[in-house]
Design a binder for this molecule. Structure first.
Ligand code: SAM
Length: 247
């Protein structure tokens, strides 16, 4: 099976459980993300935004709620369905379509912002994706990419990950095992699987982005909920926001 097919199959399988990151989201968490995104977009209104690798519509829904004109793309058909359902439930208008981040069927120089969250690590050709995102951005448009080093090889990170996965197994959550079955054979084909800021910067520079800004952000996805000790284990992975502008 081709790499992209394996990735698509995994996310089709995960779409039900992953949807909870949207449906169980608290107002506080949504507001935290709105503040983060608004600042990243220089507090500008009514932008044409693309959320690529949208999953169940996480960033797309938040941007639509902020009044932006939003398009969302995902490789997984099931994720596309979830994103559409979520938009409908929240009475938000989002143009959601199935597509590949590295080969988008979207027009040149069209978007003010191309954003993505937790996508870079699973791209076989991040350089190709960046060139695509640059192509569809207007001049002066920006990329906002959010991702973490989820597969850090450090002893502490590895141990915490093992404990966290063991708990999921005890709780009869199947997905760590199915995740490994899909992603273990692919690791070597995904250059940012273990995402290092310097390496990400190099990819952006090679794609022709001059001013690349990388900063660590407070892992906000659990901010609305009381942090359990399991959440705290997951917090060992730093999350970065990478911003770059098309000259
Ligand atoms: C970790 S999930 C993140 C989803 C969402 N951005 C979020 O933060 O909740 C990764 C998503 O990227 C999608 N994806 C993976 N490879 C892709 C590709 N080449 N093009 C578009 N989407 C892709 C998957 O289907 C999945 O929905």
């Amino acid at each position: 099976m081709e790499t992209k097919e394996v990735i698509q199959n995994y996310w089709d399988y995960r779409s039900d459980t992953y949807n909870s990151f949207v449906v169980d989201q608290s107002d506080e968490e949504r507001n935290t993300w709105m503040t983060i995104l608004s600042e990243a977009m220089d507090n500008r209104d009514s932008l044409k935004v693309l959320d690529v690798g949208t999953g169940p519509g996480f960033l797309a829904l938040i941007c639509a709620e902020m009044g932006h004109n939003v398009t969302a793309v995902d490789l997984s058909e099931n994720m596309v369905k979830k994103a559409k359902e979520n938009a409908l439930k929240r009475s938000l208008e989002i143009d959601v379509m199935q597509g590949d981040a590295e080969n988008l069927e979207l027009p040149d120089s069209h978007f003010d912002v191309v954003m993505n969250k937790y996508l870079l690590w699973t791209l076989p050709e991040p350089g190709k994706a960046l060139m695509e995102w640059k192509r569809i951005l207007k001049q002066g448009g920006m990329i906002i990419a959010i991702d973490g080093d989820w597969h850090n090889d450090g002893i502490l990170s590895k141990t915490l990950r093992k404990i966290s996965n063991a708990i999921k197994v005890i709780r009869e959550t199947k997905y760590p095992r199915i995740y490994n079955k899909h992603y273990d054979p692919l690791k070597k084909e995904l250059p940012l699987f273990s995402l290092k800021p310097d390496e990400v910067k190099r990819y952006f520079k090679e794609a022709g982005f001059e001013d690349v800004n990388i900063e660590r952000i407070e892992n906000p996805y659990i901010s609305g909920k009381k942090r359990t000790w399991r959440d705290k284990l997951n917090l060992s992975e730093p999350v970065y926001m990478i911003k770059a502008r098309k000259q």
